[in-house]
Design a protein around this ligand. Structure first.
Ligand SMILES: CC(C)[C@H](C(=O)O)[C@@H](O)C(=O)O
Ligand code: SF4
Length: 467
């Protein structure tokens, strides 16, 4: 019988079917970070339960650790140092590979894992972090879990999972000028709502997806969780194989050849059925930006803040009203030209080398508008080093951007770093929730190239005018 890519990976990892539609699934890799991973490790140690296969567990410092140059163990979170110290100690005790603060491979978990070849096609990978779905870009089944599930996975290499339904999202046609993976995913979420993917594992397909490089696919899959999906994935193709070749944790020699043969079997068979199919015509996607405080509040950058739909329910009406109020905007206001106070390029969504290159293209020979606090935080120390080797840091700094150490940084106020009270920020991150980037900050999600254009303009701007 023809099977979807998801079904193939699922069956390959099925240990046992459980009676209520759930299954026990074999877990190949666990990734941890100092915010949630330390909790799981501490709790396991307290119960005197060992990590069963430490060579398949990895941990990084990304959420809480400061991103200011010369940071050491510094953090802006009161009591944050305890997380850093506890993580370090727990990783030593459990013999887990830790990408510590000063490690040349440190960085955001979802950036580090692909760039080191830790995530691989057909594998299962879990992490107590919701954006683990990013890693499906390489054809893995990767999803976010809670800390207690992480304990289970660490102690048993298995996890009880309710089987998701399958959805195929086809991005048909070619992407327009200045349009990126970030615009694609924002467009999808705006069109079908932030709950549109609930209960589904999504396979992203279509010529626009196969046309994306791996880093852009990571951006696309990163926001599957903002669509409420269980996770997202893209079938591994030659680009994925090429991307993984030679990476530190990728198989080598005969094992590589074997792995490639297996990876080449990972695609959805021609007649496999999905529970739901969505078709998107890429001709309709332009540079996209959010106006409200849900990722579904997104529209074309040259559009205006939308009015409440006539058929909206009472709850939808209230949510729209709250979004206008919170963002300090009225329906009908054009987004283009709206003054901003800050610009942020970073996060597991858009902080890889290709993102920085695109932004740098916009910034070259230009200056950030006066009064705009512009910050760039590379996703990993490896990305930072590579960017510096190409002179991208100079372009950012000359334009007036701050250039920082790798980490989650201003993506996540709970990690300690923040923008100013009620500041309007154009940001390459994935969440525009209330106070996500600081006290009552007003975040507008967009692609890194759009963020760069806005930083130069001092207001929301159309990146196509800057390319
Ligand atoms: C701290 C962590 C649990 C959280 C997540 O799961 O996503 C964070 O990474 C986020 O982006 O909000
Ligand atoms: S960069 Fe942001 S979204 Fe990604 S893991 Fe860190 S806090 Fe979460």
């Amino acid at each position: 019988m023809d099977r979807t890519l998801f079904e193939k990976i699922w069956q390959h990892h099925l240990v046992e079917k459980l009676d209520d539609g759930a299954a026990l699934i074999y877990i190949d890799r666990v990734f941890l970070h100092e915010r949630t991973g330390s909790i799981a490790l501490k709790s396991l140690a307290a119960d005197q339960r060992p990590v069963v296969s430490p060579e398949h567990v990895f941990c990084t410092m990304d959420h809480i650790v400061d991103t200011l140059v010369g940071r050491g163990d510094n953090t802006q979170v009161p009591s944050g140092k305890n997380f850093i110290l506890a993580t370090r100690e727990a990783c030593i005790d459990a013999k887990i590979k830790l990408f510590d603060v000063t490690d040349p491979q440190q960085g955001i978990v979802h950036v580090v894992s692909p760039e080191l070849g830790i995530v691989q096609p057909g594998a299962t990978l879990v992490c107590p972090d919701s954006h683990t779905c990013s890693q499906g870009a390489l054809g893995a089944l990767a999803w976010g879990i809670g800390s207690s599930e992480a304990e289970h996975a660490l102690a048993t290499k298995t996890l009880r999972v309710s089987k998701p339904k399958t959805m195929k999202v086809n991005f048909n046609g070619e992407l327009g000028f200045g349009v990126s993976a970030k615009d694609m995913i924002l467009y999808l979420i705006a069109a079908y709502g932030a709950a549109g993917g609930a209960g589904y594992v999504i396979e992203f397909c279509g010529e626009a997806v196969t046309g994306l490089d791996i880093e852009a696919r990571l951006t696309l899959c990163n926001m599957a969780v903002e669509f409420s999906a269980f996770t997202g994935l893209v079938a591994p193709d030659d680009k994925a194989i090429e991307y993984l070749k030679g990476r530190e944790y990728a198989p080598k020699g005969a094992l590589w050849t074997q792995a490639v043969t297996f990876w080449q079997s990972l695609f959805t068979d021609e007649h496999a059925q999905f529970d739901k199919v969505i078709d998107i015509d890429c001709a309709g996607i332009g540079p996209t930006i959010t106006w409200g405080n849900s990722p579904q509040h997104a529209c074309a950058v040259d559009a205006s803040v939308p009015h409440i739909d006539k058929n909206a329910t009472e709850n939808q009406r209230k949510a729209m009203q709250r979004a206008y109020e919170y963002m300090g905007l009225s329906p009908g206001t054009p987004l283009k030209g709206l003054p901003i106070g800050a610009a942020f390029i970073g996060s597991c969504t858009n902080s890889r080398l290709s993102d920085l290159r695109l932004a740098a293209k916009v910034l070259t020979g230009r200056k950030v508008a006066p009064g705009v606090n512009a910050i760039c935080v590379p996703g990993s120390t490896t990305v930072k080093r590579q960017a510096e080797a190409e002179g991208l840091d100079k372009i950012f700094i000359d334009a007036g951007f701050e250039w920082r150490e790798a980490g989650c940084s201003m993506c996540f106020f709970a990690g300690g770093e923040s923008f100013a009270y009620r500041q309007r920020v154009v940001t390459s991150t994935n969440r525009n929730f209330e106070s996500r980037q600081g006290p009552e900050t007003r975040s507008h999600l967009a692609s890194p190239a759009t963020v760069a254009a806005c930083a130069i303009a001092g207001c929301i701007a159309d990146v196509r005018e800057y390319l």
